[in-house]
Design a protein around this ligand. Sequence first.
Ligand code: COA
Length: 289
Amino acid sequence: MSLFGTNRKMTTVRPIKSSDIGDILRLIEMAWRIYLRLSPAELRTRLNDLHGFLAEDRVGLRGFLVIEPYQPDTVLIVAAGLRDTWSVEPYLDLLLPEIERAALSTHSTAIMHVGSFTWLVEGLRRRGFETHDWIVIYERSGQSPPPQPDQNPAQIRTAHTSDLEALTRLDNLTFDYIWHMSTRHLREALANAVSFAVAVVDNQIVGYEWSDMYHQHAHLTRLAVHPDFQGQGIGRQLVYRAIVDALAAGANLITLNTPEHNQRSQALYQRFGFVSTGERLPVLKKRLK
Ligand SMILES: CC(C)(COP(=O)(O)OP(=O)(O)OC[C@H]1O[C@@H](n2cnc3c(N)ncnc32)[C@H](O)[C@@H]1OP(=O)(O)O)[C@@H](O)C(=O)NCCC(=O)NCCS
């Protein structure tokens, strides 16, 4: 535990305990500078597995910062937030060193952050985070039906919970490690998704897509085809299914994010009427000494 400042304005920094979740959720509801890569419900259930620190004073919680181990050597910032009356600079000055020490203690050599908010991205850049990659955002407006694929090499069906382990293996094989999903993530996604479909060839799951829905806005969160089955039209079948399901649920806007260097996925999305919004999100990385 560390103490900062004068007695009158003393701020304490300490690891987050599971009993802090109520205060954290209240701050998440009230404050404008909040970054969450997981839902508040997931934060509540997973708080014990994550490393997090908070800053507090006599008034209560001032801010929090939480990381998740992603790979043996890398952690990812999954939650951050601070009280409206506090500033980002002292917030990061107090909490980031604690997070870095916690990361090093788990033998991690880097911290990553998928940026969406300037206040956090700029603060992290000033503290040694560098751009590792860019994510581009695509959208498809309106309710025009998608072009039907001319070939159907795979059977497309709704995913079941019994598919989750095969999906986790497929996900880890297909994506760069920063994007890997755990079985638990996938289970929650399956419970909440507006569309979650798998592609099956010879009884083997070789691809999947899932989309989430917020009011009339759908987001194609995930699309993956096993490397041995790519280039055969299965991606097209899955995007078609995602759009059809989203439109059937009443979506009039479908968005998605994809790495800027992924020309293949962008060609696929453009074929289905997605256009780039021109927005980019940075993937930041800081190497730890
Ligand atoms: C992106 C991905 C889902 C595409 O799936 P796929 O089954 O290979 O795609 P398809 O065979 O249906 O082809 C769709 C389009 O991809 C492109 N494409 C497919 N294979 C390609 C290849 N070997 N080289 C270049 N482009 C290719 C083409 O633009 C094709 O469009 P076309 O109809 O004009 O031929 C798949 O490559 C993948 O899982 N990649 C890794 C994960 C990923 O990038 N996910 C999406 C980003 S979040």
